[in-house]
Write a protein that binds this ligand. Structure first.
Ligand code: J2J
Length: 544
């Protein structure tokens, strides 16, 4: 089928050999992984959600999920979707999310993971940049009609042939539930091939896409499942958007399936939705970003729900304060596990048996002994242990380059293949990492990443905007929120903050990227060499 040529830098042969020899790459595809679990324990429940008619409970066994993936793969194949094709998947936390991605894995087609919050700007970019042939959406979710988005995107992306709708009313499009067909024989894809494209938090004008292979991702799942002590009795609550790397793989829904456990899809992260699910489904483990962890800590003591099955709460995506970390066990009665990860690869966990101080004050240590860590200064020189510097990393599940982005790759990776994370960290004597800050031009809004440049470009499109700079500023709940400093253009009608926010939103940008605050200024502070100083802007915002 019509897969456009694409380039994803990969591991040099010597590294690939080493990773295979060490057993990091086991040659297992996602499709074969599910098949194996389904034949070992067909009747165990794989996934549960609340997306049945009228919000009722649904539950699929491993055998059912496996068969559904086969049937959907056959139906997609009949529509001309095949190996190498890209398919943008934008689903909320419903069981179909797993059905769709495993069907695509079986075909060797590449899911391109979008978040439910993404809108026209992001989705048309993903579709056109990847040359996607299909786009999978819910009918409606959280009050938004994805079919209208489907219509817009279809009109703007000539290579897109199918919009498939999961849910009650497909509108002008085909219902996902009408696609499945009698299973057909499909060759198992090459485990070293790219399996999907994950989204990068980004620090540039457009989001970068992350090519992950079966081999490298399964390595991360296996390590995560082990470190988080998952087994067949584990029940993982998927609270964060299912496609995000954290709830997908750390250990996430895929790590849970790897371990033969049960995934429970949580439609909303609020305690009044999640707590009843924990009680009714006997949830043992889940993962949250810090602001949600705080909301749960506050809600748990007064809650009528029994949370006693919960053993482990993973918190990551943004820095958890020591103070909040200390409150997890008293409030929720479970072990805190800090996780510092990235969609590009490297994931660090505190270990369940680490001493309480390490659990509260560090962001853990890498999954694999073959994760290589360097902490360097601005000139890429290694710093003494304990000194804060730029984190560089390389390893069996960390990418060697973004998808189709040679110029950016030259900056984002060292010549010998280390990924420049953009994080400022230090190493404790025990080998744990502490995240001290960030050097990348990104805002971490409670775990949701915003590339400053992407938002600046949208602001600059307004006729009354002369120049714009977006920086992060302190927020007591989110940790960080976004603030846009804007210089207005002279001689044209003055734009106000509210109108400018609406302008950005109307350009089809995800709501979390719309600046929380807009400040109009006459000039930006500059550095000695005349470059705009974001550091000074951040300091300025702290004073206002
Ligand atoms: C400080 N900053 C953190 C932490 C991520 C597991 C968990 C999280 C992600 C994720 C992930 C942090 N303290 N505990 O993919 O598998 C910031 C860093 C990092 C960036 C990556 C996973 N945990 N961060 O958050 O790709 O700046 O992945 O480089 O969205 O989040 O963002 P993302």
């Amino acid at each position: 089928t019509g897969s456009a040529p694409y380039a994803a830098p990969t591991w040099p042969a010597a590294f690939a050999e080493r990773y295979r020899a060490a057993g990091h790459w086991e040659g297992l595809t996602f499709g074969a992984m599910l098949r194996g679990r389904a034949s070992a324990h067909p009747d165990r429940v794989a996934v549960v959600d609340r997306a049945g008619p009228g919000g009722t409970r649904r539950s699929w066994t491993y055998a059912e999920l496996d068969l559904r993936a086969d049937r959907l793969a056959a139906g997609l194949a009949a529509r001309g979707i095949g190996a190498g094709d890209r398919v943008v998947v934008q689903l909320p936390n419903v069981a179909e999310f797993l059905e769709v991605i495993f069907a695509l894995f079986r075909l060797g087609a590449l899911p391109v993971f979008a978040l439910p919050a993404h809108r026209e700007s992001e989705i048309t970019y993903f579709c056109s940049f990847t040359g996607a042939v299909a786009y999978v959406v819910p009918d409606t979710h959280a009050g938004f009609d994805y079919r209208t988005l489907g219509t817009t995107v279809l009109a703007r992306c000539p290579e897109l042939r199918h919009v498939l709708v999961a849910g009650g009313d497909a509108g002008p499009f085909e219902a996902l539930s009408d696609v499945p067909a009698e299973p057909v024989d499909l060759p198992d894809p090459d485990p070293s091939a790219v399996a999907f494209l994950q989204l990068s938090g980004g620090s540039t004008g457009v989001p970068k896409l992350i090519p992950r292979t079966h081999d490298d991702y399964v390595c991360s799942l296996r390590g995560s499942a082990e470190i988080c002590a998952l087994d067949e009795d584990s029940v993982y609550l998927c609270v964060l958007p299912a496609a995000h790397n954290f709830p997908l793989s750390s250990p996430g829904s895929l790590g849970t399936l790897y371990a033969g456990g049960r995934v429970v899809m949580c439609p909303q992260p609020a305690p009044d939705v999640a707590f009843p699910l924990i009680q009714d489904e006997g949830v043992t483990v889940t993962g949250l970003v810090p602001p949600l962890a705080l909301a749960w800590i506050d809600a748990a003591p007064g809650s009528a729900h029994d949370l006693s099955t919960l053993d482990v709460l993973l918190v990551g995506g943004a820095r958890l304060s020591d103070e909040a970390a200390r409150r997890v066990r008293p409030a929720l009665g479970c072990t805190l596990q800090q996780v510092f990860g990235m969609a590009e690869g490297l994931v660090c966990y505190t270990r369940l048996d680490d001493d309480p101080r390490t659990i509260v004050t560090t962001q853990g240590r890498p999954i694999s002994p073959d994760d290589e860590i360097r902490i360097v200064d601005d000139a890429d020189e290694d710093l003494p242990v304990g000194t804060t510097g730029h984190l560089l990393t390389r390893g069996p599940y960390t990418i060697r380059g973004y998808w189709n982005a040679p110029d950016h790759n030259a900056r984002a990776f060292t010549e010998d293949g280390f990924y420049r994370t953009g994080d400022l960290v230090r190493l404790t004597p025990s080998g744990h990492l502490v995240v001290e800050g960030r050097a990348k031009d990104q805002i971490n809004r409670g775990g949701e990443k915003i590339a400053a440049e992407e938002v600046e470009n949208h602001l600059l499109a307004h006729p009354s905007v002369h120049d714009a700079n977006v920086v992060g500023e302190f927020d007591p709940y989110l940790g960080e929120r976004s603030c846009a400093y804007v210089i207005r253009r002279r001689g044209v009608e003055e734009v106000r903050a509210l109108a400018l926010k609406r302008f950005v939103r109307d350009r089809g940008l995800a709501a979390y990227k719309v600046p929380d605050r807009i400040v109009f200024v006459d000039a930006f502070p500059t550095t000695g060499v005349g470059k705009i100083s974001k550091k000074d802007l951040r300091a300025e915002s702290a004073d206002t």
